[in-house]
Structures are given as structure tokens and as C-alpha cells.
Design a protein around this ligand. Sequence first.
Ligand code: ATP
Length: 654
Amino acid sequence: MKGTGIGSFGFVLINGEAIQVNTKLQFNKDIFLWQFSACIGGCYDMKQTIQTVSGCPSTEAEWNVRAALKNCAAMCSDFSYHCLITKEMNAMIEVCAEPKYIQGYCTYFDTADDRIKGLYAADCSKYQNPCSTRYHSTKAFLYQDCYDLVRAYVTVHPSSTSSTPVNTNTLTNSTGNSSNNTSEEKSITTIVIAIVVVLVVITVIGVIIFIRLGKCSLLKRDAEAGNFLDIKTTEGGDLKETEILLDGNASKVEDEAPDLTAEIRRLTEEYEAKLAEVNKEIEILKSQTEKDMDDKEKLMRQVLEKNKECKTLNNRLQEAKGNIRVLCRIRKSESTNCLSATKTTVIIDRNTDPPKKFPFERVFDANSTQEVVYEEISELIRSFLDGYNLCIFAYGQTGSGKTYTMEGPQGKNAEMKHQGIIPRAMKQVFRSVEDFEVCGWTYQFRASYFELYNEAIQDLAKGSNDEGKNLTKGATENNRTSKPIITEKEVKTTEEVMKFYEESSKNRTSAKTARNERSSRSHAIFRLKMNGKVENIEGSQDTCSGTMTLVDLAGSERLDDSANISTNTETKKINLSLLELTKVLRSLRRKEKPVYRNSKLTHLLQDSLGGNSKTLMIVNVSPSEDCLKETERTLEFGREVSKVVLENVARKNK
Ligand SMILES: Nc1ncnc2c1ncn2[C@@H]1O[C@H](COP(=O)(O)OP(=O)(O)OP(=O)(O)O)[C@@H](O)[C@H]1O
């Protein structure tokens, strides 16, 4: 008899029948090595099918041999009531998936024929495979193409290894092999017991180390809590003073700016020095080998402590800067420039009128690069990972550079240096996560992207079909808040999140073409939710969660008398939502309860405004002469918002 392979799932048919291979058949090494490689190859071919069945990851890189084989097993077990797949089969696949065992696959084949055993043993020693003494019984093989054949075969020829009785006519050697099978099962049991014992020993050692580590960190945490309370008590006065300062009107803030600036500079320097220390130690930690376990643990504790200090400093710094911050960016322009700017003030100087000054925390002139703008907000992005909700808006009239600031140019030819806040923030988040993971944190991220057009919510992740993605009347999270369910995609890397963002953006872009520059008339809201945890002994966990919301607002221009009716409706709705946004911010400033429900925009951003949230508004203006009227309005709006100070509330970090 000779073996016959059928491609897609790579298992062996013998003379057109699916037959147990531990019977006395004339197999040779080549059949099995071939069979094994066909199995791997088959898995690749079957990627789509396996994906559908077991929800595998889709990137090529994730399709290593281990994953492919595991999913073979997963798929096989789906069909297990039809065929003879057993636990041993899965176990074999698990073991064989280890790259070091691949060459010695033949050792997992069991045969009653001692001559064949000898042949495989010789092969194994040739490959220097450490497990040449182990034998597995390969019970049955199944593949998609011969699924019906196997089912028919199993029905007619049930096996002793399945729940159905053995048909001795076909499997003539099954009875003869029963003693072999029993001894084989015993040896498997022995191996399993040995593995369990080793695992128990490892677990006990792990628990002891973990308890010791836990005690140390608890002591440190107590000490730190004491320090923190001291700091809070002694510096409570300072913070209150800062709050009063920020609560004042714009001119008062200007008068007192030097004190606040000095405090911010001091905190910034302190924070940057601490951050540099932490980063250096994380690098050392990453380069430690397993041999230096003691040193590694010591260093890890150090990094965790410094990281906490770093977080505290960063949060004090952000609080000193204010929980609602307003920056201004002047767009690059070839035409006449009617604005001048210092680092903190925009000046409109018309010869006819006295100069008008608009102070901001920071003004980026027309020559400021994307990198310079991002540098200013990167510390704020870090506080998202510390467990704060974060909301960044780009506000301004159409064409003032909001989209450029938030995302930058997209597409293959887009240069890195032009990347906007969204791609840069995603890179920073996932790079920082790698560092925190070294210290034991694990994170889960979920991204969503939607737009608000004419007070209707469009889920951009759902494709460009307007019916499908309009969620205004669709399912809601719960009846009370009636917030729509928006697609949230789990993302693990910068590449994944940017792929999601870019693909969803296309739906926005196609709508833009079809609907006459609609994108400038809709608010685009990109959201990243984070849940992080550090496992501790005794079942306790440090957790941390936050939401980052990045908003490219619709053009803020006022109603033009010459505009047509549909434009009027759009503009009225945009103005209404922007007006409601200002009202909410104003209420927060006055410590009154904001009304979020008056517009979809504020309703959807409710969780990101107020409470422990940090809000940053980038006011974008065009320096062109013909935009002057709108520019002035925009600057006035920015000035109004910058007066808002949110309550300082303890962060969500538990
Ligand atoms: N700082 C800048 N440097 C270079 N180009 C810029 C800058 N700001 C904006 N631009 C360019 O100006 C044009 C308009 O900018 P953008 O699309 O970002 O405006 P917008 O405010 O988002 O407009 P809309 O409301 O219509 O979406 C774009 O071609 C953009 O690339």
C-alpha cells in the first residue's frame, strides 16, 4: 500500500481511504515527513477556512507553525464527533509545533513494527532529536476535501479509539495491538504525571518569589502613600493658588503668568529628569539576561517606583497647566499675512484700529512644524496611559489646518515629518506600552472612529454604506443614555490601529467626494480606549483605564447670507453643536452641572469632558486677509474656552 496525500489539509489517505496509521502498514519516513510538511503547507492554504472556524489572527507574521498547527487542532476538534480525532492527536500537534521537534517528527509516529521503530529511532538520532524515545499514536487524519469520505468511512468502520465500536474487518490489527495501546497509554500517563509534577514545582517556586516581591512592593507603596499625603498636605496650598490663578479672567492670568510659568518650568525640568532616569533603567532592564534574575527583579522594582514618581510629577505638571488648555496654531500661507504672533500671543494689527491681542498658553506660528506642535502635547498623551481621559479638539474655520494638525497628509507618498497628532500619539502610546510591559503591566486597547454629520452619527468602521453606518436610530448601549453602539476594534500595535484608522478614514473621504466637501461639515471623532492591569499576588490587581478622544471639528464659519438652504441647515447644526460645546465648558468652569444632551457632540463627548478628563483645544486660524473676520471670531472663541478650568478630581487609577 502506498500513502496518498490530499493537499488542502495535508493528511494522508491510504489507497483512497482514511485509515489509522498505527496499523501494520508499510510506511516509510518520507511519507511522514512529507505528510507533516503538507500539514503545515495545508494550514497556510486553509488560512481563510481556519480563520472562519476559529477566528485566527490574519497577519502573515502571526501564522507561524505553532499557530497554524494549533488551529488545525481547533478545526479538527470541531469535527470530532464525526471522526477519530482524539486528545492525543491535539497533544501531538502541540508538541510537534515546537520548532525544535519539527525535524524529528517521525518520532511521534507509533508503529507495532519494531523494524520501523528502529528506522525512526535511527532517523531521530541523525537529527539529534532529544525526544526520540517518545511515541505517539496518530489516530486519524482529516482534511476538508475528504471530509465526506472520512465521515462515510467512520460510519461504516467505527474505531476502538472513538466512542463507536471497532470494525475488525477493516482494522485487523486493532485487536492485536491492544496490549501495545495499553502500554502506550501507560507511558503517556507517566509522561503527563511527570509534566504535572514539574509544573507544580515551578508554580510553587514562582509563588514564593512572587510573595516576596509583593511584600517589598507593598512596603514601598505604604511609604510612597505617606510621601504622597505629605506632598498633598504641604503643597495643597500651592495647588489651590494655582487653581485660583487659572480661574481668573484672561488679563489676570496674563499678569500672574510669570509665577505660573516658573512653576511649570520647574515641574517640567524635574519631570524630564525623572523620565530620563526611568527610560535609562528600562533599557538596562530590557537588556538583562535571565541569568541576572536577582538584579532584574531589583531593577524592576526600582523602575516601578520611579515610574510612579514620574506619573505623579507628570500629573502635577498637567494640573498646573490646567485641565482645559488652549493652544493656537497659525496655518502656513503663501498670501498676505494679517496676523503676527509671539510665543504666547496672536496680534491682529489693522492700521485703522488699535492692535487686538489674544493670549494663549502657546502660539505656534506659520513656520511651526508638526513635530514642534506634537512635542507640546506628548506629556499629555502620557497621562492617558496613567489613567486619565483625554480629549483633543482641533477647532477652526474650513481650510484653517485642522485635519493637517490632527492627522497630516495620508497615503503612500505622505512624508513622516508631516504626520499629525493622531499617528504620532498612537506611536507614543504603543511604544510606551512596551516599556510598561517590561514592568509587568498588560493592556487592552479598543479603537473606534465615527463622524457626526447633521447631528447624525456615522460609524466609519462600518463601510461607506450610509444606511449601514448611520447609528442615530440604531441599537443603543442602554435605554437610559441612548448612546449608540459604535464598532470598537481591538488593536495591539501602532500598525493595527493606523490600519483601522486609515481604512475607516476612506469612508469619510468617499463621502466627501460624493457630498460636496462634506468632511469639512462633519465632526470626526477617533477614540482609543485603554484598560491596563498589573497582576499581584493574593488576587489583588492594580488597574488603570482611560479614553483618548481626538476630534477634528467641523468648520466653525458662520452662516453666510448667500448660502443655500441645505448649507444653512448644516451650518446651523454645526454652530449649535459648537455653541453647546462652549456652554458645557463654561458650566464646568463655573462648577455648575453641564447639560450634555443639547447636542449629539457634547452628549458623545460627555465622558471626556469634566471629571478627571484633560482637554486640549487647538485653535487653528488662517493668516489670510480674506479670512480675517472668521479668524477674529475663532480667536475670541479660543479666549473664551481658555478661561475654563475643570475640577481637579482624583484620577481613575486604583
Ligand atoms: N501648517 C501647515 N503646513 C502645510 N500645509 C498646511 C498646514 N496647515 C494646513 N495645510 C494645508 O492646507 C490645506 C487645508 O488644510 P486642512 O484640510 O487641514 O484644513 P481643515 O481646517 O481641516 O479644513 P476642513 O474643515 O475643510 O476639513 C491642506 O491642503 C493642508 O495640507
